[in-house]
Design a protein around this ligand. Structure first.
Ligand SMILES: Nc1ncnc2c1ncn2[C@@H]1O[C@H](COP(=O)(O)OP(=O)(O)OP(=O)(O)O)[C@@H](O)[C@H]1O
Ligand SMILES: [Mg+2]
Length: 331
């Protein structure tokens, strides 16, 4: 440890994230901010996956976040044992893995979400009489949704989102994790919803500029936003000459900024990305996805702001207190 180090900040995530350019730049800003004296404690893969949590390094604050393959349960056990201040609540990261729970939290906090139902299909075509399917709508327990509607796996890590269209288009657009050039394909043969697994069905919101808005909040007072072409338009990814996806900075309205603050607090995620759709008629907006810890790629201004805000926040949370052993439950 550096002799002048006052706050040990643990960095605990999958190696690909820890070594990414945004993460390196944000952490660089944090330690060089001049606010407090921070040193970084990196949790190696071997530690995360092999060592018992009792042997993991100590820290005062923990920046830990889930991405595919991350051993969340082990990190929760570590945080319960050592009780560092957790920048992003680990318990709530479990909530983020379930889209139905995410919508429940949003609704409870009066955040606008698309009108939706959660349907847990029994396996195969075994019928639940509460679920009805017609050419142009579905009905669940008396609630009817007309096409176009969106079908999303409850499992938030499953990105096979489908949009079903009524005649004359009649068919389904299947979304998937973006490749270099494609984000979705239209399947004219697919006219019936999936019957295996648990899904959210929700109204399709036509969006302003046919775009998604990606919001990156850092604490309740700062949010950076940009818009990108929605994958539902035609599935063709717009890229610039150096292969980066085309995006435009967006100024959030006061109501949208309030929602960003609400989301960071409601999910206990100080650094939190989420998706927002502005209705094409300009009348309203909806939050359709909360992603937890994620950062803007390629914006030096964002890296600077994010690093500074983290430095201020962690200094406030950690300085002047010894948290090891007796800190508040930050898990
Ligand atoms: N209710 C809706 N109305 C219109 N379009 C929607 C709706 N819900 C989702 N979409 C579109 O589908 C895309 C994928 O949905 P969503 O963001 O919920 O899934 P995801 O696979 O978790 O995304 P991510 O890649 O952000 O994790 C959105 O970016 C948006 O373009
Ligand atoms: Mg999304």
């Amino acid at each position: 440890m550096n002799s002048g180090c006052v706050v040990r900040v643990g960095v605990c995530a999958m190696p690909k994230k820890v070594h990414s350019e945004p993460m390196r730049k944000i952490l660089g800003e944090l330690v060089s901010s001049g606010v407090g004296s921070f040193c970084l404690v990196f949790f190696e893969s071997r530690t995360l996956f092999e060592q018992p949590v009792q042997e993991w390094p100590l820290c005062d604050a923990l920046i830990a976040f889930y991405s595919e393959g991350f051993p969340l349960e082990r990190v929760v056990a570590y945080a319960e044992l050592r009780r560092p201040y957790c920048l992003n609540s680990l318990r709530e990261q479990q909530t983020l893995l379930d889209r139905a729970k995410v919508y429940q939290v949003l609704v409870r906090h009066q955040v606008p979400v698309p009108r939706h139902v959660v349907v847990r299909h029994q396996d195969g075509w075994a019928c639940d009489s509460r679920f009805l399917e017609h050419d142009d709508y579905i009905e669940w327990d008396g609630v009817r949704l007309y096409k176009p509607f969106v079908e999303k796996p409850v499992d938030a890590e499953d990105h096979r989102v489908c949009i079903y269209y009524a005649k004359p288009l009649y068919g389904c657009r299947r979304l998937f994790r973006k490749t270099a050039s494609l984000s979705s394909v239209f399947d004219p043969e697919c006219r019936r919803v999936r019957r295996c697994g648990s899904f959210i069905y929700e109204e399709f919101i036509p969006s302003e500029h046919q775009s998604d808005i990606k919001v990156y909040a850092v604490g309740p007072e700062y949010a950076y936003a940009e818009r990108r072409k929605s994958p539902v338009v035609d599935g063709i990814v717009e890229r610039n000459t150096v292969g980066k996806e085309v995006r435009f900075p967006v100024e959030l309205t006061a109501a949208e900024r309030r929602v960003a603050a609400t989301i960071t607090t409601a999910f206990g995620q100080f650094v939190c990305g989420f998706d927002l759709i502005r209705h094409a008629d300009g009348s309203s907006f909806y939050v359709n996805d909360v992603n937890g810890f994620s950062f803007v790629k390629g914006s030096e201004a964002y890296y600077r702001s994010c690093g500074r805000i983290l430095a201020d926040h962690l200094a406030r949370e950690c300085l002047g207190r010894s948290r090891l052993g007796d800190g508040p439950p930050g898990v």
